[in-house]
Design a protein around this ligand. Structure first.
Ligand SMILES: [Zn+2]
Length: 394
């Protein structure tokens, strides 16, 4: 205990704090006054820094860049640039945010530096360690043994189909995409289980996964496009932790009339546009996918699933009319397209996003009227066979 009175001690402590603060302030004012105005950097040289006010995707969170630390010294510069330029972007706009420092052999992403490895090394997993084909034991009895596969029936369907704009009405017939994807998923699940997988549905009812509803938002799209997909991503990444997610969809056109078109494609995550890269969370999520190497599994798997569809269902390959958001640059395969969708970006493991059929086409409606179950069956069968073929090949 000190013998000094408490008030004298207080005054002394106050001086101890106040003097250095005052000194620092004076020096600061002098420096600001003396420094010439900063020059505006040329466009190409300075990627914007994560410390600037962040621009985020709807409901996106400011990323923790240190989560990329596990990828330090795991990828070569060549592989990094190859994936960036052939899969994840379509134009050089990425250079606004990512610079390559040749002398230090690293990428500079805002304030974050990622050091390249001289050679590619096996990437550590994402948030969880999903298995690649090479990780599976060679002497398993069934092709999909040891695999956890999440089946994501696209959209919500049922009473929600109208508000999510996934409903077609044709001569008294109503078809709902989210209802059809769930029916297909319920056939696919036991098929995958028979092949040895543990198959889990991301949605098993004609109801949303999110607790939000359309009336919670001024723009109802935030309910079914954003809140719903983010809720599914939480379920996939935190609870199911699968080795693969299969997103089931039926394609459709905006036309109210029946169309003669019929086609098929598979979407893998990629082709981030400049506007998307401007969002700090999307930039981070793109890099997380790029570095964890999901694309290697996705391309090889999607090729097998496409082959299986082309053998049994034989739909023509789809071509995107507007190619700014999509690119067919994956393994030069007519059915494989890269697009940045919320689901295939957020699910932290390989994702294949199925888009077969045109559900408002003349031929689809005519088949649907006779036997809708036959469509779900052939769809599920083609997916299961393709997946099994991929994981049993060497
Ligand atoms: Zn869809």
């Amino acid at each position: 205990m000190s013998s000094q009175s408490p008030s004298a001690l207080k005054g002394f402590r106050w001086l101890l704090i106040a003097i250095p603060v005052l000194l620092l302030f004076t020096v600061g004012v002098y420096l600001v006054w003396k420094t010439p105005p900063a020059q505006i950097p040329p466009h190409s040289s300075a990627p914007s820094t994560p410390s600037q006010p962040a621009d985020l995707a709807p409901f996106g969170r400011l990323p923790d860049w240190s989560k990329l630390d596990r990828f330090q010294n795991t990828i070569s510069k060549e592989t990094f640039l190859n994936r960036l330029e052939t899969v994840y972007t379509k134009d050089p706009s990425w250079k606004k945010w990512i610079a390559i420092d040749e002398s230090a052999n690293q990428a500079i992403i805002g304030n974050y530096q990622l050091v390249f490895s001289p050679q590619d090394r096996p990437a550590p997993g994402s948030l969880f360690n999903w298995k690649t084909r090479a990780d599976l034991s060679g002497d398993r009895a069934l092709p999909l043994e040891d695999l956890v596969i999440a089946i994501d029936p696209g959209h919500i369907g049922g009473d929600f189909a109208k508000i999510e704009e996934r409903e077609h009405n044709q001569d008294g017939l109503t078809i709902r995409e989210g209802t059809m994807t769930l029916k297909t998923a319920l056939i696919l699940k036991p098929l995958l289980e028979k092949l040895g997988a543990s198959a889990i549905l991301v949605r098993s009812k004609l109801e949303p996964v999110t607790k939000n509803r359309a009336q919670d938002f001024a723009d109802p799209r935030l309910f079914y496009r954003t809140s719903e997909i983010r809720a599914r991503a939480n379920l996939v990444n935190q609870t199911i932790k699968p080795d693969l997610v299969i997103c089931l969809h039926f394609n459709g056109t905006a036309s109210k009339e029946l169309t003669p078109d019929q086609h098929f494609h598979i979407i893998l995550n990629g082709t981030y546009t400049e506007d998307e890269l401007a969002h700090e969370d999307e930039r981070f999520e793109m890099l997380q996918r790029l570095l964890s190497g999901t694309i290697t599994e996705e391309i090889a798997l999607a090729r097998e699933v496409a082959a299986s569809f082309n053998q049994s269902i034989k739909l023509p390959a789809y071509r995107y009319p507007d190619s700014a958001r999509a690119s067919q640059n994956l393994a030069n395969h007519p059915n494989l397209w890269a697009r940045n969708l919320l689901a295939n970006r957020l699910y932290q493991c390989p994702v294949i996003f199925m888009e077969p059929y045109v559900m408002n086409s003349i031929s689809f409606i005519s088949r649907y009227k006779k036997n809708p179950g036959g469509i779900y069956q052939e769809y599920a069968q083609a997916v299961a066979e393709g997946v099994a073929r991929y994981y049993s090949s060497k």
